[in-house]
Design a protein around this ligand. Structure first.
Ligand SMILES: [Zn+2]
Length: 304
């Protein structure tokens, strides 16, 4: 079985957006991976747009109606960071479909990586911070509803707190939300995850990795999840334009390799998404995101 990577043709669509950074990172990442062994040796899976019935497990009927049919008011569009268009809906549904497919591929193969995903600020009833639909939550709810798994651990290492996901699963014991993020980063008003680990501004590789190590192995032991959904946001990098932490390229690689190894050694399937990352230099940014796929591919090879 080749290494499963999930690709989104929808992400090459240029969208009207208020986003301060170009959204073409998805295309650049894909091009970069295609050139590398991690991409060349991969089985590229292409998702279908997520069904409305899958979205309804997480999002309210009212919000879905407004988002899917273009009835978000100006304030809601501003909060989302996007101007509404049919292409936006199509692309967003593909993205969520991609994380569903990543979960399915991970449960089948032990490990699968998305080349997009991680829209963790989306709430059940509202878009927020460039996140329209919560792919992590929809994919988790889908796996539970299909009875593929009983217990899920969401490991959210994006520099921003996974506030939408935390709130969606606040009263659901089947999903444990773990968010390790910059204490001073967006959102200003944090929600309560099952475990939050806020980090001080400027946290570097060694401290970051030691803190992660202190929590993650314990969580895997205590929770014994049937699936880990991993948000590998690279906005923890020192050069990120929005994050306040200070990881190096090597630190990112070590982090992702560590999370993958720990989960797989516990025999837990891991479905990884790329999460946030903000830089006007798209090649440098794609290179940061590609660390996840390189780390996963390296582990994959070792296990053959
Ligand atoms: Zn982020």
């Amino acid at each position: 079985m080749p290494f499963p990577l999930i690709h989104h043709p929808g992400y090459t669509i240029d969208l009207p957006t208020n986003h301060p950074f170009p959204m073409a990172k998805f295309r650049v990442l894909k091009e970069q991976l295609r050139k590398e062994s991690a991409g060349q040796a991969s089985h590229w899976l292409i998702p279908a747009p997520v069904a409305e019935s899958d979205l309804r497990r997480v999002h309210t009927h009212d919000y879905l109606q407004r988002f899917l049919t273009g009835k978000l008011d100006d304030a809601a569009q501003r909060r989302s960071g996007f101007r509404w268009s049919e292409e936006l809906v199509e692309r967003t549904r593909l993205e969520v479909g991609g994380t569903l497919l990543t979960v399915e591929a991970a449960l089948e193969n032990g490990l699968a990586c998305n080349t997009a995903g991680g829209t963790h600020h989306a709430h059940a009833d509202a878009a927020s911070g460039y996140c329209l639909l919560n792919d992590l939550a929809v994919a988790a709810a889908h796996a539970l509803a299909r009875r593929w798994v009983k217990r899920i651990l969401i490991v959210d290492l994006d520099v921003h707190q996974g506030d939408g996901t935390a709130l969606i699963f606040r009263d659901d014991d089947r999903v444990f939300t773990f968010s390790m993020h910059g204490a001073e980063n967006f959102p200003a008003r944090k929600q309560q995850s099952d475990l939050d680990v806020p980090l001080p501004r400027g946290t570097k590789d060694e401290d970051y990795l030691a803190i992660l190590d202190a929590h993650l192995s314990k969580l895997l032991d205590q929770i014994a999840p049937d699936l880990v959904i991993y948000d590998a946001g690279v906005d923890v990098h020192a050069d990120d334009r929005l994050g306040h932490l200070a990881l190096s390229d090597e630190g990112l690689m070590r982090r992702d390799a560590y999370v993958i190894r720990l989960c797989r050694e516990a025999d837990t399937p891991i479905a990884a998404v790329i999460g946030g990352g903000y830089d006007r230099d798209l090649v440098a940014l794609a290179n940061r995101h590609a660390q996840l796929h390189r780390a996963a591919y390296r582990y994959w090879l070792e296990q053959r």
